[in-house]
Each structure stands twice: as C-alpha cells, then as structure tokens.
Write a protein that binds this ligand. Sequence first.
Ligand code: TYD
Ligand code: MG
Length: 449
Amino acid sequence: MAAKTKTSFVCNECGTLYSKWMGKCDACGAWNSLTEEKQVSVTGKLTGKGQTAELISLDAEISDKPRLDTGLSEFNRVLGGGLVVGSAILIGGDPGIGKSTILMQATAQLSVHHKVLYFSGEESASQIQLRAKRLGHADKKVQIATTGELESIIATIKKERPALVVIDSIQTIFSNQLDSAPGTVSQVRVAAHELIQTAKTTGSALIFVGHVTKDGQIAGPRVLEHMVDTVLYFEGERGGSFRVLRTFKNRFGATNEIGVFEMKDVGLEEVTNPSALFLSERPEGAPGSAVTSCMEGTRPVLVEIQALVSNSNMAQPRRTTLGFDHNRLSMMAAVLDKQAGFTFSSQDIFVNITGGLKVEETAADLALAGALISSLLNKPLEEDRILIGEIGLAGEVRSVSQMEVRLKEAEKLGFKSAVVPKQVAKESKTKLKLIPIERLSEITEKLYD
Ligand code: TYD
Ligand code: MG
C-alpha cells in the first residue's frame, strides 16, 4: 500500500469531500462551505489483515461508568452529574468567555486525586501558571504542556495514562503528517479522531476546547460534534459578568441543562440560585417587563422578558430580538392583533431576555405578550406577578409541562400571583394567587386585575 497526497475540497459543515470546488455542498446544502485541502489517500489493495473485534453480547453485565467530581457543582450538573470516566467532551465558546478559566478550576480540583494533563497550544506555561495563581490553584498538581503537535501529545498520553486530558484548543493541534495548517478541517478531524482513539486505550477522559465561528458554531466540521459524547457551549453577554454553560448534546445526561457562573476577579463563581440573579437588576415600575418561569433542563429558572414597542415609520416595522426566537415574536404580535384587537403591525418591536439567557420555550408566550402590551400601553405590570402559558394561533392559552415546579420557583422568590392557563388554575396546589386565562382576548384585564 502506498500513501498518495492530492488536493481536494472539503465541506466545513459536514465534512464531505469533493474533487473540484463547488459553490454549494450537495450533501448538506450549505453554500460557500468548501475549502481546499491536501488529502492523504491510501492507494492499492487493502491487505485484509487486522485484529478481530471484541464481541460483547447484549445481555452481558454492564456497570455504570463512574463519574469524577469537578469541584464545581454547576459544571457537574451540565455533565449530567460529574465527568464520566473515559468520555470525550467538547466545550465551545467565544474567545475570552472563560473556557480556559473554568477548565483550570476543574482540573485543579480533579488533580487532587487524579492525574491530569493540560495541553495548551494557545498560551505559554507562565501564562497558565499565572492564571492558576490568580485562581488560587498554584499549588495543584495539574501537568501542563504547551505543544500543539499531535504525535507528541499522543505519545505523552500513552506514557502518562492520565485520568483526564484537556486540549486547549482543538484548532491549535496539528499533525506533522498532514500538510494543511492547524485549524483546517482535515487537521481538526484527524487530531480529534486520533486523540479520542488514544484516550480510549488509556481510559482517559478527554476535554476539547473549541473555538466558535462568527455564527456561533464550533469551528471545524460538524463531524467533531458527532465524535464526542458531550458538547457544551459556554455563553455570556458581551461585557457582562454572567456565564451560562449549556449542554447541547450529552450521551450521559439530559440536554438543555444549564450551569450558571459569574466571572469574578478570582475566577468563575457558581451561581446556585440563577433566578434571583437574573431578576436582581429588574427595574422597578418599568413598563415592558414581564417575568416567566422556564425549565432549563431539570430546573426552573425565572427570567425577565423586556419589550420595547414604539410607533414605526417603516413600511415593514422592525422586529429585533435578543435571546428570543424571531419568528415566534412575529407570530405572537400577529396573534395579539388578530385575537385581542391590538395594532402591533404598525409598531417597531424590540425584545430582550436579560442576563444573556436564551428562551426557547413556548411557556414564555404569555409573558412575552404581557411585556408587549405593557410597553404598548406604557403601563407597568404588577411586580410580583408571573406569567406562564403557551399561546395558540386561535388565541387560546394552553397549559405547559411541569407547571408545579415552575410555580414553586416563583413562590420561592417572593412572587404573589400568577397568570396561568385555566386548566392549571383548577388543578394547582400552589400558594400563589392564580389568575386563570382561557383566551387571549381577556389578557389586558388579567394582566392588570
Ligand atoms: P479565558 O478563560 O482565558 O477565556 P477563553 O479561554 O474562553 O478564551 O478568560 C479570559 C477572560 O476572563 C479575560 O478577559 C479575563 C477574565 N478573567 C477574570 O475576569 N477573572 C479571572 O479570574 C480570570 C482567570 C480571567
Ligand atoms: Mg483560552
């Protein structure tokens, strides 16, 4: 068998290979996603030699893989209860969001009982040591190496057989067997694949740090996301100090779980009561603000929805959202017009979810409607009233899952009343004063009753 190098084109989105450049990837339909790369291909016949695979019968005894405590309960939570031994994890996020910081904090804790290797292709050893010092972990036993060479990293892992390996970041790793530059699709793919294979043989857990492109995806082929067991995103508002670690995929736990942190001088501090945090700077008596209770994974989190509605002088009024689905807003505005007699169609609308959170649940519909109406009428809602419910196109208010848990959280944070779907009001045992709503046409009176 002989290895041959040739130039080909690879899709950044799905990793499909082409022999010539095309504007659109046939496989995934992405535009302008092909980049040129040198590919090493193997020519000649396969010899058919190889080891037989180990067969395990379906009914064989299985044991749950043990989990390691990262020392950060919010981090453990997003991982589904700790770091699974031997698993591969990808953490994505904007530069400067705190990926290296959270990993230094976690590895420092883990190094107390386990062997941890930290490979950084981005920073010098002294930079990493300085950060560790700042975080109060200068005395911990994390072993750092500042190389990006794949072959050297693999040799080190095989020799040291650590419990955990951190690769900061996958885009800085390069194999000297490939011609392409670090960070290119083929380098990232080969590096990730080889590292995962190596970690399997040594039983090490593997954490990759991944850079995020402008549109918020982890740079490199999407196949990277398929290769690992868990994909986490570290997010936060620019300039703000709150950080949300979010599960995007998890073979060992629930997705949509979030961990909340605050970036302080001495590193990331866990926020164990995110609801209080997200509501802490809520303006008093301001129109256009409404609170709802969203399920983030297994726990309820109270979030403030802010809306600003103003007369539009454009043919197509503006709809701008941060943290809320744009289409859902357009739909809600149309339903309010049609079913409750408002005129949002002639208004510019801006919607913001405070604290950099993203609201994706339909349970937030009622609160969105409340915020819109409150801004339009320039009349603040009751401070201690929460709104939970989905709005249908026919103007009906529908119930949502886990209502008791959501109401309980509101109770805990001092709310006194809740506007909820009629059905819920009949069944709930909450101490909150419940204001049932059946149709959207009743909303104004329910908001201000
Ligand atoms: P970093 O973890 O280097 O981000 P990433 O690895 O995601 O690029 O975090 C960098 C930012 O965090 C930097 O702007 C400084 C800030 N920071 C603090 O505010 N407090 C701290 O204790 C540390 C270590 C960093
Ligand atoms: Mg970093």
